[in-house]
Design a protein around this ligand. Structure first.
Ligand SMILES: Nc1nc2c(c(=O)[nH]1)N[C@H]1C(S)=C(S)[C@@H](COP(=O)(O)OP(=O)(O)OC[C@H]3O[C@@H](n4cnc5c(=O)[nH]c(N)nc54)[C@H](O)[C@@H]3O)O[C@H]1N2
Ligand SMILES: Nc1nc2c(c(=O)[nH]1)N[C@H]1C(S)=C(S)[C@@H](COP(=O)(O)OP(=O)(O)OC[C@H]3O[C@@H](n4cnc5c(=O)[nH]c(N)nc54)[C@H](O)[C@@H]3O)O[C@H]1N2
Ligand SMILES: [Mo]
Length: 783
């Protein structure tokens, strides 16, 4: 385990440290030399899709593109460690629950289906047939199919996701909470009415052409390392890269490309951001509106002077609605409000506006720093407004780029994993399969937790993920899961969700993407869709971690057969015997997947249609819409500030460099200079002093919400960091207990994990009441 220390990291991102770190993780996973072969097969035309992030690959045919965190994700799956029935015999569930998430993950790949035995509090081996029969008996005993909840995490392949939604809809519900509800939901919710698509409009090629790339609320050095390669190329050819982030993120500043021999040997590196604006947490809508205000003022000036207009009048007239009202609203927004809420000065925003104006083509990228706020949908619509002003949509080098997280989260949505399905999809399913799908909307993630809490949700089934830990309001979520009659997790690794279980529980171990998936007709490949709508094949190369594993499509098919039996209209076994057959059915349901099997076999795959990218607007008016939003001044944090005598901070929750969501690979966050510790709180030096505290002190956090519930997380190490005053940052999931279930994005219902009003006090070890705060998730009891 690494030694605890806090020290500033001033080397570039990437570089030798990235290579060293990969070697360390391969060693820790006991991945032998063939592990290198595994790494080299990621994102190759006949290899597997990297289970890391959703950033696309150059053609899928280029030589291996090194990615430190992709390598860590692959090593974690290819690990030699095994969580066998022996582990479950040795430890009761209560004992396992005392270990850290890091330790649970480290037990390695699950090898056998396991069933919870309440009498002994142990998981015991169970046969697949018995497991499916148990789930089927619960599902069939429910008074209504709507009492079952089917979660999806975004690693699930298109084939598995398609079968999953098919089974669940034939069973009779649209209860599809998914990780997307906690992630890019606001991007889809915001963009769909505005430009007619809920996905990014750019391709990688656009990154080669953009004059300016604006990046909001994203930490690509850690979460999308291959994006740094793209940014580095853009920087080298002189494109402006403008970052908006409250934290100084090393990966947004400098990068040494491990693939560039010269850069590596000479100790050189490339500047990433040309401009870095450290705005206030949640201040993006105000900042973007300020930039827009500058652009519109410049346009007004040009008009008065009789010069060339700076907005794209032709585009606005032919392609948009609402411009006049929008411009009037922007003119009315006071600079004072914009400055106060963004935390940036008028000069800074005018400077950003000038960069925007001087660029022929602009891409706007965004991540979780934008989506996990109460006003995230409004912020995204403001970003799109900015693009619309100069026709920066649907032409080369320009567009919207929400950068997705999980490697197939976008594909899962395309396949119909959605609690509010379009009627057209349901009509198609009915036509193709001959059953009547349910029409009523189902539960999203927050709705699912509420339903389990009050007994409307009785069976919880998860296709991957770690629901107990990824969700907000940890204490409430745990109560919700424990309130179920049955909880079932299809998983590759042991995680906390398996230990926070219903009265009956199952763990169903599945193949990972790196593994060879053999079905009746031979080895199979699956398909995934990346963040830029490219669909391609993925075929594993490793022997399965255990002979008892089933593939996700096979699990769905067998569960469907066990549950629906002869009343099903779908030939389940026949479909999973050959995944080409699943793909043919996908092509029957989705026009965009015509000739799926042929097109996906062309190296690199194919790109799905993006109407906005072609300037066809699939909206109510048939045009793109300028949408007006005031700078919010009555958010939960404003209200908390007004009602409290003491300083109220805005806490944002972020990923460290050594984690994949709830999967903790290690305890370091190299680029932020944190080693051997995850329970840290990043704060401005002046705030630390004003609180009468010192860096290195331990503190407790209490979040503020007017629902009468006290939510606390304790024992965080104060770390001085370059972050605006009034803003704090800490890691997810240690802080999820602080996010109220009732606090979510308007319209999209995404938990507000990036803007939690909190107060800080010196750590009081004696104050924790039993059961008050959920157990310390990552500080090991036994590590
Ligand atoms: N290695 C690795 N890769 C991953 C993941 C992982 O955990 N590990 N997770 C995957 C998933 S599911 C996702 S969704 C993506 C997530 O990738 P990111 O979107 O990069 O996720 P976060 O770490 O949550 O970081 C968000 C960034 O937003 C900044 N930020 C916080 N609040 C604000 C704000 O109010 N405004 C602005 N402008 N910035 C803010 C933070 O400082 C941080 O730099 O990565 C995917 N890839
Ligand atoms: N406070 C706070 N909370 C957040 C966030 C935040 O930024 N802050 N981010 C949110 C975001 S963006 C997301 S996407 C969610 C993530 O939520 P989830 O997707 O639910 O969580 P993960 O941690 O990605 O899931 C990890 C588990 O997936 C299983 N797994 C891995 N590979 C496979 C596979 O191939 N098949 C199957 N069946 N299982 C597999 C393993 O058992 C592993 O333990 O968390 C959200 N929660
Ligand atoms: Mo995500």
């Amino acid at each position: 385990m690494s030694k605890k220390s806090i020290r500033r990291y001033d080397r570039p991102a990437g570089g030798w440290d990235a290579l060293r770190n990969v070697a360390k993780h391969l060693l820790e996973q006991d991945v032998p030399v063939h592990g290198a072969k595994t790494l080299l097969s990621a994102n190759q035309p006949d290899g597997f899709d990297c289970p890391g992030c959703a950033w696309p690959d150059r053609d899928h045919t280029s030589t291996f593109e090194f990615c430190e965190n992709g390598a860590k994700a692959v090593a974690a799956e290819a690990t030699k460690h095994r969580a066998t029935p022996g582990l479950f015999a040795k430890y009761s569930v209560a004992e396992l629950a005392r270990y850290s998430d890091h330790w649970l993950e480290d037990q390695g790949r699950l090898t056998h289906p396991m069933r919870y035995d309440a009498a002994s509090d142990h998981y015991l081996p169970v046969s697949w047939d018995e497991a499916f029969a148990l789930v089927a008996s619960h599902l069939n005993a429910l008074p209504s199919p709507d009492e079952a909840i089917f979660y999806t995490s975004g690693r699930t392949s298109n084939e598995a996701a398609f079968l999953y939604q098919l089974f669940v809809r034939e069973f009779g519900t649209n209860n599809f909470p998914d990780c997307s509800n906690m992630c890019h939901e606001p991007s889809g919710t915001g963009m769909t009415p505005q430009i007619g698509v809920g996905k990014g409009t750019v391709s990688l090629h656009d990154f080669e052409l953009a004059d300016a790339i604006f990046i909001f609320g994203q930490n690509p050095g850690t979460n999308h390392p291959r994006m740094l390669g793209e940014l580095r190329r853009a920087s080298k050819r002189g494109a402006a890269i403008v970052s908006f982030n409250p934290l100084r993120e090393r990966g947004l500043e400098r990068f040494a490309d491990p693939q560039d021999k010269l850069e590596m040997l000479s100790g050189g590196s490339t500047r990433i951001s040309s401009d870095y604006f450290q705005l206030r947490i949640g201040g993006d809508l105000a900042a973007v509106k300020g930039i827009i205000k500058h652009v519109l003022e410049a346009d007004e000036q040009a008009r008065r002077d009789g010069g060339a207009r700076v907005v794209d009048v032709d585009f606005i007239t032919r392609h948009t609605t609402g411009f006049a009202a929008f411009a009037a609203d922007v003119a009315d927004e006071a600079w004072g409000t914009i400055e106060a809420e963004s935390g940036l000065s008028q000069e800074q925003l005018r400077r950003a506006g000038d960069i925007y104006l001087s660029a022929g083509s602009v891409i706007c990228c965004w991540g979780m720093g934008i989506t996990q706020h109460k006003h995230s949908v409004a912020t995204i619509q403001m970003l799109v407004n900015l693009l619309l002003l100069r026709g920066n949509l649907g032409r080369p080098g320009a567009g919207a780029c929400p950068v997705r997280g999980h490697s197939n989260v976008q594909g899962d949505r395309t396949m119909g994993i959605y609690e509010r399905p379009a009627p057209a999809l349901l009509d198609r399913l009915e036509q193709v399969f001959g059953f009547e799908p349910p029409r009523e909307h189902g539960f999203d993630t927050v709705g699912a937790i509420e339903a389990m809490l009050d007994g409307r949700g009785k069976v919880f089934f998860a296709m991957g993920g770690n629901f107990a830990t990824a969700t907000p309001d940890t204490e409430a979520t745990h109560r919700a899961l424990r309130n179920c009659d049955l909880t079932v997790h299809v998983a590759t690794k042991l995680n906390r969700s398996h230990l926070v279980h219903g009265r009956q529980a199952l763990i169903l171990p599945c193949l990972g993407r790196t593994e060879i998936d053999v079905q009746e007709t031979g080895p199979q490949a699956v398909t995934v869709e990346d963040s830029m709508s490219m669909v391609h094949l993925s075929a594993g190369i490793n022997a399965p971690a255990s002979t008892d594993l089933l593939s996700e499509p096979a699990i769905v098919a067998r569960l469907a057969q066990a549950t629906l039996g002869a009343r099903s209209k779908v030939p389940w076994q026949w479909l999973v015997a050959d995944y080409d057959r699943i793909r043919d059915r996908i092509a029957d349901v989705f026009d965009d997947f015509h000739d799926f099997n042929a097109r996906v076999r062309v190296p690199g795959g194919f790109r799905l249609t993006n109407t906005a990218g072609e300037r066809r607007w699939n909206t109510a008016s048939g045009r793109a819409a300028f949408i007006t939003h005031a700078v919010p001044t009555d958010l939960p944090v404003h209200r908390a500030r007004a009602s409290r005598g003491q300083p109220v901070f805005t806490l944002t929750t972020v990923r460290s460099h050594d984690q994949y969501n709830t999967t903790i690979y290690g305890l370091d966050d190299r680029y932020r200079g944190v080693f051997g510790e995850r329970r840290v709180l990043f704060a401005n030096a002046d705030d630390i002093a004003a609180l009468g505290l010192q860096a290195g002190d331990r503190v407790d956090l209490e979040s503020l919400c007017d629902d009468g519930v006290q939510r606390r997380a304790r024992g965080f190490l104060l770390v001085e960091y370059d972050i605006p005053r009034g803003c704090l940052a800490a890691y997810y999931p240690e802080t999820n207990a602080l996010v109220p279930l009732s606090s979510f994005a308007d319209q999209a219902r995404t938990p507000t994990s990036k803007s939690i009003p909190v107060v800080v006090s010196a750590h009081d070890p004696a104050a924790a009441k039993p059961g008050e705060a959920p157990r310390d998730i990552t500080i090991a009891v036994h590590d």
